[in-house]
Design a protein around this ligand. Structure first.
Ligand code: PDD
Length: 294
């Protein structure tokens, strides 16, 4: 079990200082990233993550100058060096080394970082008993600010939101948008269940287009569960029968309490449990058709 870090093709560990302090990713948070997990050592839906990475980079004017084949090859080598049974992968692409000012184009060569670490163990109790979430005062970016569609490493709002949630003893923070609608978690998308039907805030609420969210939408619809993308107020969420959150590494996590309100009967509900099961089947089905990276 180890951490391996590949910077622009150079392999190292967390002990190695492979990055320049003049990298604009470090100086200004000018970088984009993806978190990907492996199943049986193989990255899950890697192509979709690389597509979102490319879109995020493009939106920030970061011109990725390595091919996706080269990136995939570096990832393969880094996974092999790390030698973990299961890994969490973070690919970060920054604007690169440039001047200490904001002028566009002052950084010319993006820095490409791949971090492979052992997949953190998520306790079974998280899925069997569920977790607590809390509304926070930090808001998701509103119009005119950095688009929530861009998966940027500029994560201070998310960090502050999660910190507030932790202060309330909660596992995840729930962020509202400028209109007061439920948007998403600090590191997850959110779903509510009422009368057996599932709803999740639409992209127009200003959220990250989560890849797990996409899969859950597909899974629900493919398994006869009604699912709608519709705006959700905090009252809708607090009055729901079930709530759950989704993210690549954690998959589908039931939320059984939000602030002081117990959701449903305080246990993961039947729809959430069904989606958790179907997600596992879905992952296995997709992995069996995925070519390994080695
Ligand atoms: N983040 N919304 C936000 C703000 C996120 O940061 C994430 C995931 C998601 C879920 O996206 P996906 O299903 O594609 O993982 C939604 C990961 C966990 C991260 O920051 O490492």
């Amino acid at each position: 079990m180890s951490i391996r870090i590949n910077v622009d093709g150079q392999m190292g560990t967390e002990e190695d200082r492979l990055l320049s302090p003049l990298d604009q990713g470090f100086l200004f948070g000018a970088s984009v990233y993806e978190t990907i997990r492996t199943y049986d050592g193989v990255p899950f839906v890697l192509e979709r993550h690389l597509e979102r990475l490319r879109a995020s980079a493009e939106a920030l004017g970061i011109d990725i100058d390595v091919s996706m084949e080269t990136l995939t090859e570096r990832l393969r080598a880094t996974l092999e060096e790390a030698g973990n049974a299961e890994s969490s992968i973070r690919i970060v692409i920054s604007a690169g080394i440039g001047a200490i000012d904001y002028r566009a184009g002052s950084a010319r060569k993006p820095t490409v970082v791949i971090i492979v670490r052992p997949l953190p163990a998520f306790p079974e109790s998280l899925y069997q008993s569920g977790a607590k979430a809390a509304f926070v005062t930090v808001m998701r970016a509103s119009r005119g600010n950095l688009s929530p569609k861009i998966k940027s490493s500029n994560l201070l709002n998310n960090i502050m939101a999660l910190r507030q949630a932790h202060e309330k003893g909660a596992y995840e923070a729930l962020l509202l948008n400028g209109r007061g609608e439920v948007c998403e978690g600090s590191m997850s998308n959110v779903f509510v269940v009422r009368g057996g039907a599932v709803a999740t805030p639409p992209l127009s609420s200003g959220l990250l287009e989560g890849i797990t969210r996409e899969h859950v939408i597909e899974i629900a619809r493919g398994n006869g569960i009604e699912l709608e993308e519709k705006t959700c107020t905090p009252e809708d969420l607090l009055g729901a029968d079930e709530v759950f959150i989704t993210a690549s590494a954690r998959e589908v996590v039931p939320i059984v309490r939000v602030d002081e309100t117990t959701i449903g009967d305080g246990k993961p509900g039947p729809v959430t449990q069904k989606i958790i099961k179907c997600y596992q089947v879905h992952v296995r089905a997709l992995m069996s058709t995925t070519e390994t990276v080695d």
